[in-house]
Design a protein around this ligand. Structure first.
Ligand code: ATP
Length: 291
């Protein structure tokens, strides 16, 4: 871990995490911030993870500096892609983009799994998008919290994570690598719908019972057969029935070469943040500060 002596080398393409956030931050939170920095440094560089540029440890505010990805998180990027009339933002997404943009997410999952980590928080908000549409997987907070809870059974306490979680996680069983595959299927759903919340009509606390009945996620409107079949191969109730990571990467690569690049994904309804928060499950935890 580097010290603040390195900061003058950092460029303006740097995203900083600061500590403390509040004056009442405890010593435990201080340790946890440094622990998280150390956790990030253990991964080493990978093309599909944001680069850790340095950490200020010797004086407050403590800082973690990571490579900045200019379009920020994929969820807000998807919302901006709805505004096709906005001349400053001329991105239009097709199935091709979905197949192409999500492959780095799988590559970073593969890397984490090879190091015996489960990401546990795969969703559009955990993915960062660069100016050149490079994509990197972030959102490693829950993986760190699981590591520090020393092998106790991980329970998805946070309501706002539930809509992305595999049934076994909702049922308070330990996460498996294939739990990340389920969440990847939900991420594809978010992309096809340009950032709609998954399971919009189901209350997050009742999602497990819902999945017990239907076993998978409903086809989103306008979703192609190709994409829906990939989503379903990820979102299988039984972990062992889910497609493997290697197979999924192969599938995406093959489909990317043959898919229709013409049909632009669109959403007719204007975006409504309050509705999103409610339907994504944030409303139940009253955590409106997250976005
Ligand atoms: N390296 C980065 N480059 C650009 N934007 C970033 C970067 N890291 C975070 N952001 C932006 O800041 C927001 C908050 O990031 P942060 O990592 O604090 O998320 P969080 O809600 O705490 O996530 P978690 O689910 O990991 O707890 C992200 O949604 C994203 O828009």
């Amino acid at each position: 871990i580097q010290t603040d002596r390195q900061t003058d080398r950092l460029t303006d393409l740097t995203f900083f995490y600061f500590f403390p956030h509040t004056e009442s931050a405890s010593a435990r939170e201080h340790q946890s911030f440094l622990g998280f920095a150390h956790f990030l440094s253990e991964f080493g560089p990978h093309p599909s993870l944001p680069r850790l540029l340095g950490v200020v440890t010797v004086q407050t505010p403590l800082m973690i500096a990571v490579e900045e990805l200019e379009h920020r998180d994929l969820l807000s990027f998807l919302w901006r892609c709805r505004q096709v009339h906005d001349l400053n933002l001329t991105f239009v997404l097709t199935d091709y983009h979905i197949l192409f943009l999500t492959q780095p997410v799988l590559k970073s999952q593969e890397y984490l799994h090879s190091k015996n980590y489960i990401h546990g928080n795969v969703k559009a908000r955990s993915v960062l998008v660069g100016w050149d549409l490079s994509v990197k997987l972030w959102g490693l907070g829950p993986a760190y919290r699981r590591k520090t809870s020393a092998g106790s059974i991980e329970y998805v306490g946070d309501m706002e994570m539930r809509k992305w979680q595999a049934p076994e996680a909702l049922a308070r069983q330990p996460l498996q690598q294939s739990s990340d595959i389920w969440s990847f299927g939900i991420l594809l759903y978010e992309m096809v719908t340009l950032g709609e919340p998954p399971f919009p009509n189901i209350i997050a606390s009742e999602l497990l019972q819902h999945l017990q009945r239907v076993n998978t996620i409903k086809r989103p409107p306008n979703c192609s057969n190709t994409l829906y079949s990939i989503i379903k191969s990820c979102c299988q109730w039984k972990p062992m029935d889910r497609v493997s990571l290697a197979e999924l990467i192969r599938k995406l690569q093959t489909k990317e070469r043959s898919t229709n690049d013409q049909a632009v994904l669109r959403v007719s309804e204007p975006f409504d943040m309050e509705k999103y928060m409610r339907e994504a499950g944030y409303g139940e935890s009253l955590n409106y500060a997250v976005l």
